[in-house]
Unconditional design. Sequence first.
Length: 300
Amino acid sequence: MRLEQLRYIIEIADTGSFTLASERLFIAQPSISQAVTALEKELNLTLFNRYRTGAVPTQIGLQVIAHAREVLKEVGEIEKLSASDYSQLTTTVTIGVIPSLSSVLLPRVISDYRRIFPNVSIRICEQGTEKTVKDCLKGEVNLGLIALHGKKHLERENQLLFQSLFDGKLMAYVGAQSMLASRKKITFKELLPFQLFLYGNDFALHRYCLEQISQYGTPNILSTTHNPESIKHFVMQTEAVGFGPDISLLGDIYVKTGAIFPLEITDASEIHFGVLTNRKRKPDIAVDALIKEILAQSAR
C-alpha cells in the first residue's frame, strides 16, 4: 500500500470519476486505474463500483476511504514536524527552465521561497524543453519549467508528470527596419521567405516553428542560439524574424521603445506552460515546497 494510492481513491470518491480524478491530479487515467486495481487486489476488496458514467465507492470502500483521509492527515502533520525549522534545511534544488519562464516567473518565486528556505541553494539551468525532458527522465534536474506547443503531449508520459501553469501565444517579432514592422498579425506561410533567428534545437519552439513553416517550403534559418537577448539584438539590426511566447515580450523594453515589433502568428497552436517532474522521484520537502510556490505564483 502506497500513499499515492490513498490519494487516488480519495480523489476518485470526491469527483465520482476515475477520469476527473486523473485530470485533477495531472496523472494519466490508466495509471490511476492500475494503482487502484492493485490496491484492491492487495486488500482483497472492491473499493469502487465502476459504471460508464463514473465510479461509486462500495460500502467497504467508504470505510477504507475514511481511514485513508485520516492517514493522509496524520502524514501531513508528521511532515510539518519533520521540517518545522526550514531555516536549518540545507540542500540544492536544480531546475531546468526555458528562458521566458526563468525571467518572468522565477524571480518572484525564489524571492518568496527564500523567506522560508533561506539556506536552500537553487541551481537554475536555462535550457530548452527537449533537454529538460531528458534531464527529468535521468534525474539530473529536480523539476522543469517547460512549454508544450499544441496538444499537451509528452513522450514517456507514464514516467513524467506535467502540471499546468497557464497558456500563452506564440509571437514572431521583427526590427524597425523590417518590411513586416507595420503588421500586427502574420501566418507561418507568410514567414517562409524571411530569414529566421531561432532558439537552439533542444527547444520545443525550434522544432515547432520548423515543422509549421516546412509545410510551405524550406525554412531560411539565419542562426540559432540559447540566448533570447542575442535574438532580440540581432533582429533589431537585421531583417531577420525572431520567435518567442507572448509572456517574453510583455513589458519588454525593446517593444516599449519601438525597437521590436511583435506579430501574432494567427495559425500557431497555444503554448502550454507547466511544471515537469519525474513520477518516480522521492518526496523532498524543499522541492515540493518550491513546486507549490511556483503553482501559487502562476495563478496570481
